[in-house]
Design a protein around this ligand. Structure first.
Ligand code: FAD
Ligand code: NAD
Length: 405
C-alpha cells in the first residue's frame, strides 16, 4: 500500500515541533514526512529582538534544521511556499510543486500594518534573521555616520519604536542596553540619543499586570526611553513618523530609524490559498484542523484559538505553537493509523515573561509575579526549555543562555 505523505510547511516553533515529535511517533514504513522551510536554518523568533538590537549575534539565534531532524524519516526541502492548492492537495513553491495527503501549515506571522501609509516602505519590522541583521546594521550605520557629517543630524540618533506590546518592550530593553556601547564606540554624546516609544493604547503592555508594567516603564525610562502613550502612529515618511494624540494633536517626529512592532497577522499564504481567516489566522477545529479540510492542520501564528474564559483569541505565542506541534504530531499519527478520534488541543499557559534587556525582566509564571533578576533568570530558562523541547540537551549546550548570574 502507498505510504501517506505528510508535508509540513515552516520549520519555526510549530512546524519543527510537529516534525521532531512525528519522527519519534511514526515508523519509516508508515509515512513519508517532508519538511519545507525558506531557509536551511531554524531561528528562535522569540530572540530576534536581541539580534536586531545587536546584543546577541544573529548566529546565536539560529541553528541548522538538519541537526535536529532524523534524516531517515524526515526529508528536508529548502524552498519557499507560495500557495496551497487545497482542492488539488498540492503546495506550489518557488522551485517546485509538492503533493500531499496531509498538510501542516506552520508559516508563522507577518507584521500587521493596518494599512498605515508608508510603514512598509520606511519602517523596519523584527520578523526574521535577515530583518534583524538589517536593523542592527542600520542602527550601527547611523551612529557611525553621525560624526562624519558637518551638519549634525539629530534624526540619525533618534530611534522610534511603534507599539509597546511585548515585542516593542523587549526590543527597547535590548536597544537601551546597546546604546551606551554604541556611544562609546562612535564617540557620540549619550545625551544626544533619543529613544521614543509610541503606543496607541492608554497604557504600556495593554492588559498586563499594572504593577509589573509600572516597573517596566520605570526601568526603561531610567535607561532613557520616552513613552508617548495614547498616541498612534498615523504615517511613516522618508524622514520619520507622523503621530496623533486624539484628533488634533498631530506631530511629525524626525527619525532615521523606525521599528514597527505594533502587532502581527498570519502568513499571507493563508489568505492567498483561500482559507477562511481573520487577519491571516484560521479559527481551527479543536483537533487543529482547518474547518472543512480534514487533511489540513494549521498550527502556530497562522491558527486562531479562542480562550473560552474571556471569549477572545489567545495571543499568538511560541508557547502555544509548540504545544500545538505536539498535539498535531499525535493527531497525524492517529490519522495515518486509521483512528477517527483525534485529541483536542487545550493550551496550557504557564505564564508570560517579558525581558527588559539581558539583565532584567517582568513576568507572571505559575501564578507568581516576578521582576528583576529573578524574572530574567526565568526568561532564560524559558528560552533554554524551547531549545530542549526540540533538540534535547545537546542543542541547549550549543545554543543555550547560561549568562544567568
Ligand atoms: P515561527 O516560529 O515564526 O516560524 C515560521 C517559520 O516558517 C520560519 O522558519 C520561517 O522561515 C518559515 N516560513 C515563513 N514563510 C515561509 C514560506 N513562504 N515558505 C517556507 N517557509 C516559510 N512568544 C512566546 O511565547 N514567548 C516569547 O517570549 C516571545 N517573544 C517574542 C519576541 C519577538 C521579538 C517576536 C517577534 C515574537 C515573540 N513571541 C514570543 C511570539 C512567537 O515568536 C510566535 O508566536 C511564534 O514564533 C510562532 O511560531 P510559528 O511556528 O507559528 O512561527
Ligand atoms: P501586540 O499586538 O501584542 O502589541 C502591539 C501594540 O501596538 C499594542 O499595544 C497596540 O496597542 C499597539 N499599536 C497598534 N497600532 C498602533 C499604532 N498605530 N501606533 C502605536 N501603537 C500601536 O504585538 P507584538 O508585541 O508584536 O506581539 C505579537 C505576539 O507575540 C503577541 O501575541 C505577543 O504576546 C507575542 N510576544 C510575546 C512575548 C513574550 O511573551 N515575552 C514577546 C514578544 C511577543
Amino acid at each position: 500500500m502507498k505510504k501517506p505523505k505528510i508535508v509540513i510547511l515552516g520549520a519555526g516553533y510549530g512546524g519543527l515541533m510537529t516534525a521532531v515529535r512525528l519522527q519519534k511517533l511514526v515508523g519509516v514504513n508508515e509515512a513519508d514526512i517532508v519538511l519545507v522551510n525558506k531557509n536551511d536554518y531554524h531561528y528562535e523568533t522569540t530572540w530576534l529582538h536581541e539580534a536586531s538590537a545587536g546584543t546577541l549575534h544573529h548566529d546565536r539565534v539560529r541553528y541548522d534544521i538538519r541537526d535536529v531532524i532524523d534524516r531517515n524519516k524526515v526529508e528536508f526541502i529548502q524552498d519557499t511556499a507560495i500557495e496551497v492548492k487545497i482542492e488539488e492537495k498540492k503546495v506550489i513553491t518557488e522551485n517546485n510543486e509538492i503533493n500531499y495527503d496531509y498538510l501542516v501549515v506552520a508559516l508563522g506571522a507577518e507584521p500587521e500594518t493596518f494599512g498605515i501609509k508608508g510603514l512598509k516602505e520606511h519602517a523596519f519590522s523584527i520578523v526574521n534573521v535577515n530583518a534583524a541583521r538589517q536593523i542592527r546594521e542600520h542602527i550601527d550605520y547611523n551612529f557611525a555616520t553621525y560624526n562624519t557629517e558637518e551638519e549634525k543630524k539629530e534624526e540619525r540618533l533618534t530611534f522610534v519604536v511603534g507599539g509597546a506590546g511585548f515585542t516593542g518592550i523587549e526590543f527597547l530593553g535590548e536597544l537601551t542596553n546597546r546604546i551606551p556601547e554604541l556611544c562609546r564606540e562612535y564617540d557620540v554624546d549619550y545625551k544626544k540619543v533619543r529613544v521614543i516609544c509610541v503606543e496607541a493604547a492608554p497604557m504600556v503592555l495593554p492588559g498586563f499586570d499594572p504593577e509589573l508594567v509600572n516597573y517596566a516603564v520605570a526601568q526603561l525610562e531610567k535607561k532613557g526611553v520616552e513613552f508617548m502613550i495614547g498616541t498612534a502612529i498615523k504615517e511613516a515618511t522618508e524622514d520619520g513618523i507622523v503621530v496623533a494624540k486624539g484628533e488634533d494633536e498631530v506631530q511629525h517626529i524626525k527619525a532615521n530609524t523606525v521599528v514597527w512592532a505594533a502587532g502581527v497577522r498570519g502568513s499571507s499564504i493563508i489568505e492567498n490559498s483561500g482559507f477562511e481567516a481573520m487577519r491571516g489566522r484560521v479559527k481551527v477545529e479543536p483537533d487543529l484542523r482547518a474547518p472543512g479540510h480534514d487533511n489540513v492542520f494549521i498550527v502556530g501564528d497562522c491558527s486562531l484559538i479562542i480562550n473560552e474564559e474571556i471569549n477572545r483569541p489567545y495571543p499568538p505565542t511560541a508557547q502555544i505553537a509548540m504545544q500545538q506541534g505536539e498535539v498535531c504530531a499525535r493527531n497525524l499519527a492517529a490519522l495515518i493509523r486509521g483512528k477517527a478520534d483525534l485529541e483536542t488541543f487545550t493550551p496550557d499557559i504557564k505564564g508570560t515573561v517579558c525581558s527588559l534587556g539581558e539583565d532584567d525582566a517582568i513576568g507572571v509564571a505559575f501564578g507568581k509575579k516576578m521582576y528583576g533578576g529573578k524574572a530574567s533568570f526565568m526568561k532564560k530558562m524559558v528560552d533554554n526549555r524551547a531549545l530542549y523541547m526540540i533538540g534535547g540537551p545537546s542543542l541547549v549546550l550549543k545554543k543555550g543562555k547560561f549568562n544567568i548570574l
